[in-house]
Ligand binder design. Structure first.
Ligand code: GLC
Length: 710
């Protein structure tokens, strides 16, 4: 590689750091003109938004004809599947099933690689406490501990054992950093955060992904302490490369280098390019500020060429490890593509994932599962929609292959099924005629399944909302349908947690179905009619109103914890503090009893292990699955600690009457936190261990930690 570098002109070197967008998808504000010309002249080292064996082969051939003949790397936003679409990441995270999540990432990699791709812009591991921010759909929710485990599973799934395997793709951890905490939940907005919050809450998943071997990192659009991430040397060089030991390459987000001019921290593209390369950025996505400015900056002595050489080496090394120099066309095999895309096995996996992503929010009087013998009216604007089932960021996914709720219900009910459908309204607009038809359909049926929620455009990038209730027309539709007096189940689809306070007061059963992907309709129908039971648990709480946001179950205690008997305690005048549906919540078809929590010792020493356990019994009539969660609290510490933090979970499936002891081992790692100097520490003192079925329903026990550890 060094020899190759030695033979490259400055322009060719900078070309390797230039990532350009093709025209097969549009994911940002500006496209890259004359892509072919720039590839042929060696001014471009990487391309995204171009896929298929044929299209990537054609561009690759041009790259090989450039003077150095260095192969291109092809990237794409494969966020939750490439052609077979899995539930969006927030939905899939609600499975809490790390093996399943890894298998989905693997399957996405197999399809992506067969379509000529080497690099996926995933996982997005931004923690967020604010569902106003539309991009919560792309992450794993509010919790850093679970978020870290999911980040690792995804990196493993994408990259596999060996990047040279033609079915492996390079992962890209994004958006570094803190992108999930924009002020007011408004996308691209300023972030203002303490170092402590970064260490305790926001950094862990990025770090976990990097420790798992993720080869690339994407910078975020936001500033950090006044300096945009893409020009932030502290963030990229001192922390990421220095402290965390990251050796891969750093790419900016879309036009983030030139956006430093809008941030007001760079006056010109040249200024922005210099700041970015000096901060530690290796690759410029679409700005073309590196390509346009760095050669002059080096010639004038304003930028050290050694920085550029180091960046080029990082890019070339990964290209080498991908096997691109050995066979640049290894991932351009049409026959293989035809064989792997949307295979029966991958669709089966998508169905499994969709089943596990759904969260049963409430189910009074066991309204669900539904009988297959009744006359059903499916009502709501999303009932027949395939596209909305796929959600935001669908890569090369095509709604033609997706299954809408109505199709799924018809398939599950088969010949004997009696299903009618009426949209009732549009997603955001009322329609008087449709409303009348929907009421009529409800009147003709024995029961109603209302499918309401967000269209796919209402979450994802640049899709923040200040009101996260269902659109007014849908709430009106729901009211009118409830007035028919027919039993009615609510199915909600969305990319984000919603404010379902009114729906909670009006409906006995609510199943939250996110955007479930290609096989969504099938999985939804299976759960509605009892062919499968819901097992999902929320990874992000549902607030009672936007007024509570941002919020998290991991909140810090205040000096005035809420006390209903005292006015001067931390509360709202018009709402409880708690979420409507908390982190970790999710019901199933079944009933369990949990014993008190027991502990195998009252005290724990450094390096020791303490076991907490309880006995869970299936007291229902059918086999059922429950997920138990372990939370810890450090009661007195040198810095305030969250009121509870997730530290473990286990899923158990029990036959009726069956009981099982579920034990969690607590070790030093579970008790550690960033001390006053922000370095990890375990402090002696009392701890509380809680085991529950959600972050709000649990039993607890205390133990004493005898000594400190660092
Ligand atoms: C964006 C996104 C990022 C994505 C990139 C490329 O604007 O913020 O997540 O990977 O563009 O499409």
């Amino acid at each position: 590689m060094r020899v190759l570098l030695g033979g490259m002109s400055l322009g060719e070197k900078v070309g390797q750091l230039n990532l350009l967008a093709g025209a097969m998808d549009v994911t940002g504000m500006r496209d890259s003109g004359d892509l072919e010309g720039k590839v042929l002249s060696g001014e471009c080292g990487a391309v995204f938004n171009v896929y298929t064996a044929g299209a990537t082969r054609a561009l690759q051939e041009l790259a090989l004809r450039s003077r150095q003949g260095i192969p291109l790397i092809f990237g794409y936003d494969v966020i939750h599947g490439h052609r077979t679409i899995f539930p969006h990441p927030l939905g899939l995270s609600c499975s809490w099933n790390l093996g399943l999540i890894e298998r989905c990432a693997r399957a996405a990699a197999v399809e992506a690689a067969a379509d000529g791709l080497h690099w996926v812009f995933s996982p997005m591991v931004d923690i967020s406490h604010d569902p106003r921010w539309g991009r919560v759909a792309e992450g794993a929710g509010e919790d850093p501990w679970l978020g870290s485990k999911i980040a690792v599973a995804m990196v493993r799934g994408y990259q596999g054992e060996d990047l040279a395997d033609p079915a492996a793709v390079v992962a890209c951890v994004k958006h570094f950093a803190l992108y999930g905490a924009p002020l007011g939940g408004r996308d691209y907005h300023t972030v203002d955060m303490s170092r402590r919050a970064m260490e305790e809450t926001y950094f862990p998943p990025y770090r976990a992904a990097i420790d798992a071997g993720a080869r690339t990192v994407m910078t975020s659009f936001n500033e950090i302490d006044g300096v945009p991430a893409s020009g932030n040397r502290w963030l990229l060089t001192e922390l990421l490369r220095g402290n965390w030991g990251f050796t891969g390459w750093i790419v900016t987000d879309y036009t983030a280098v030139s956006e430093m001019k809008c941030h007001g921290t760079a006056g010109t593209d040249g200024d922005a390019a210099r700041q970015a390369i000096e901060a530690g950025v290796d690759m410029d996505m679409v700005s073309e500020a590196f390509a346009g400015e760095l050669p002059e900056l080096v010639k004038s002595g304003a930028v050290d060429e050694a920085l550029i050489d180091a960046a080029v080496m990082r890019v070339l090394e990964t290209k080498w490890d991908l096997g691109l120099f050995a066979d640049p066309f290894a991932r351009c095999d049409e026959a293989k593509a035809a064989a792997v895309m949307l295979s029966g096995q991958t669709r089966q996996l998508a169905r499994e994932a969709a089943r596990e992503a759904m969260v049963l929010l409430k189910n009074d009087n066991s309204l669900l599962p539904l009988s297959k013998d009744l006359k059903v009216a499916l009502i709501g604007p999303l009932g027949e929609s395939r596209r909305d089932m796929l959600g935001c960021w669908i890569a090369a996914g095509d709604e033609a292959h997706a299954v809408a709720p109505l199709e799924g219900i018809r398939a599950v009910l088969g010949e004997r099924g009696q299903v009618s459908f009426a949209p009732g309204c549009e997603v955001n607009d009322a329609n008087a005629e449709w409303l009348g038809q929907a009421i009529e359909a409800a009147n003709q049926a024995d029961l109603v399944i209302l499918t309401l929620g967000e269209s796919w455009q209402m979450s994802g990038e640049a899709a923040s909302r200040t009101d996260i209730r269902l659109p007014m027309c849908q709430r009106d539709l729901a009211r009118q349908i409830l007035e028919t007096g027919k039993p009615c189940v609510l199915v909600t689809l969305s990319g984000r947690p919603l404010d379902l306070s009114w729906e909670d007061s009006a409906f006995g059963a609510i199943l939250h179905a996110w955007a479930l992907g290609t096989e969504g309709g099938h999985a939804l129908a299976e759960v509605l009619f009892g062919d499968a039971a819901p097992v999902g648990k929320l990874t992000m709480g549902f607030p009672r109103s936007v007024g509570q946001l941002p919020m998290t179950y991991r909140e810090k205690p205040t000096g005035r914890p809420f006390d209903p008997a005292s006015a001067y305690t931390s509360k709202y005048l018009d709402s409880p503090n708690t979420p409507l549906f908390p982190f970790g919540h999710g019901l199933t078809y079944g009933e369990f009893h949990c014993s008190a929590v027991s502990i195998d010792a009252a005290e724990m020493s450094a390096g020791g292990v303490i076991q907490v356990s309880l006995v869970i019994t299936n007291i229902g009539k059918v086999a059922a699955t429950e997920s138990l969660q372990l939370y810890l609290r450090d009661l007195v510490a040198s810095v305030s600690r969250p009121v509870k933090e997730l530290r473990g979970f286990q899923r158990v499936t029990l036959a009726p009457g069956e009981a099982r002891t579920v034990a969690f081992a607590i070790t030093d790692a579970d008790l550690a936190f960033p001390g006053r100097d922000l370095l990890p520490v375990v402090e002696p003192g009392e701890f509380e261990a809680m085991i529950g079925v959600s972050s709000a329903v649990f039993q607890s026990v205390r133990f004493t930690r005898l000594d400190a550890a660092v």
